[in-house]
Design a protein around this ligand. Structure first.
Ligand code: GLN
Length: 485
């Protein structure tokens, strides 16, 4: 087995035993990337020189170390909306095409403190708005299982990099499904932590009350290892919570006897693809055999989740994106006669069509006269959606659903119809509205494309969903495949 094919857990053990050098690992990933990324197009920026330089430094340093930190020498790719000091951070937008942050996001500082090595910045839908990476201002990333299909989005580059063997693991961000949906489409694991579990400091804000950073990895255990590093209170993000961070790997091999699993009927509608339904319910049966207790539940307000999300997220986006005015950040139009024209031409030329659509929807629903009818109402429905989940969690420990209504769709299939694109988020957005954690685990194939199973947990109970995810991983028999293109 080549180094790039192994898991983070395996490689970090090899490094700790000093059997493999960080530079050998990084070189192996650079080779793989050079072989396949011209086809996959997962990265907006490569960091080969820097990654190799860091790795060589670590080769020397490790000789003197007694305690080797958990991510020592591990190459990890970062979604290009997470600030990396001295490394271009574009949000896949023309607006920030030449923007280089002067500070690191908190998650990056934390990864650095554990000895990680940055391995490239990955492609996304512009400002994380989308479900396919087709909204990237630069190019569309391809699904490693079928180059004619989308990898999902918005963290499509992060998921495709991991699934195609180009990065050991990656970080993504999830506002309405952007970690879980691409993980599902690419056959990898992706966790959206509870809102407040991971600091958002340095994440370019899309919808601040929904955004969370989380890991995308090849195994459940690797996600647990990364969660151990990135979680925790940060004084620079007042919405991060001071809740003790347990060692998430300790949850992984716990017995699930008596664990209560809720199956919400609204997430298995009649028109759900049969293959997906059967595969998910089959895995649930296997969990039942291991001693879990399964019961049907109802989350009735889910039927309003898409509408609610597509009012709240654009509202917050329209406010967050007001800062891109050609003065403080990024792009500025070349010719203008006064300030007003400078603002408007800058924003017209710097933002793509989906971002503009969201800004227009957001400013509309926030404007006086419409605020109560749309924004305020959406906030009230959000509370009802939250209460749905809290009621359900009085009786069950976790909730299982499909992550997506179907497997990866074809490039171009939905890009001209925003409503169809929004509907592909139907099983993921409610989780962000309710602030709860959820994980995608691959659980099978349909027409040679991965099927994703979603496990939703109680607030700050990432440990339990990781445990159930590990069981699904072991029982389902799914294996990530690496292809040559
Ligand atoms: N697809 C959703 C959207 O377009 C979610 C994006 C995300 O989670 N960043 O808003």
């Amino acid at each position: 087995m080549r180094l790039w094919e192994r898991s983070l857990k395996e490689l970090s053990e090899l490094v700790r035993k000093k059997e493999v050098k960080p530079s050998e690992i990084v070189s192996s990933f650079i080779d793989r990337k050079n072989q396949v990324d011209s086809k996959i197009k997962a990265f907006v920026s490569y960091t080969d020189e820097l990654s190799l330089e860091e790795a060589k430094k670590k080769d020397e340093e490790i000789v003197k170390l007694d305690n080797i930190p958990s991510l020592y020498g591990m190459p990890i790719a970062i979604k290009d909306n997470i600030s990396t000091k001295g490394i271009r951070t574009t949000c896949s937008s023309k607006m920030l095409e030449n923007f280089t942050p002067v500070y690191d996001a908190t998650v990056i500082e934390k990864l650095k403190s554990q000895g990680y090595i940055i391995f490239g910045k990955t492609n996304l839908d512009e400002f994380a708005m989308g479900s396919s990476t087709e909204n990237s201002a630069f190019f569309t990333t391809k699904n490693p299982w079928d180059l004619e299909r989308v990898p999902g989005g918005s963290s499509g580059g992060s998921a495709a990099a991991v699934a195609s063997g180009q990065a050991l693991a990656s970080l993504g961000s999830d506002t309405g499904g952007s970690i879980r949906q691409p993980a599902a489409f690419c056959g990898v694991v992706g966790l959206k932590p509870t809102y407040g579990r991971v600091s958002r400091y340095g994440l370019v804000a899309f919808a601040s009350s929904l955004d969370q950073i989380g890991p995308i990895t090849r195994t459940v255990e690797d996600t647990a290892i990364l969660m151990n590093v990135i979680s925790g209170k940060d004084s620079r993000d007042s919405t991060s919570k001071d809740i003790p961070v347990e060692d998430f790997t300790q949850f992984l091999n716990r017995d699930i006897k008596g664990l209560k699993i809720g199956i919400p009927k609204e997430y298995f509608p009649e028109d759900l693809d049969n293959h997906i339904r059967e595969r998910i319910l089959n895995v649930v049966k296997q969990l039942e055999k291991e001693g879990a207790v399964v019961e049907e539940i109802s989350l009735p307000y889910t039927k309003y989740a898409i509408e609610t999300y597509y009012i709240i997220a654009p509202s917050e986006a329209s406010s967050n994106l007001a800062r891109f005015d050609g003065v403080r950040y990024g792009y500025r139009t070349k010719e203008y006669s006064d300030l007003e024209e400078m603002y408007s031409k800058t924003r017209d030329e710097g933002f793509g069509p989906e971002v503009k659509r969201r800004i227009m929807i957001g400013t509309y629903v926030l404007s006086s006269g419409y605020y109560d009818a749309y924004y305020l109402k959406a906030q009230k429905v959000r509370t009802l959606i939250y209460k749905d989940f809290m009621n359900a969690f009085e009786n069950v420990d976790v909730i299982i659903t499909p992550t997506t209504p179907d497997v990866a769709f074809k490039i171009g299939e939905k890009s001209s119809d925003p409503i169809q694109m929004y509907l592909s988020d139907i099983f993921t957005v409610s989780v962000n509205l309710a602030t709860v954690p959820a994980i995608n685990v691959p659980c099978g194939l349909k027409d040679n494309l991965p099927i994703g199973l979603q496990i939703i947990g109680k607030p700050f109970d990432e440990g339990t969903i990781l445990n159930v995810a590990k069981k699904v991983e072991d029982l389902s028999g799914f294996k990530l495949k690496f292809f040559n293109y």
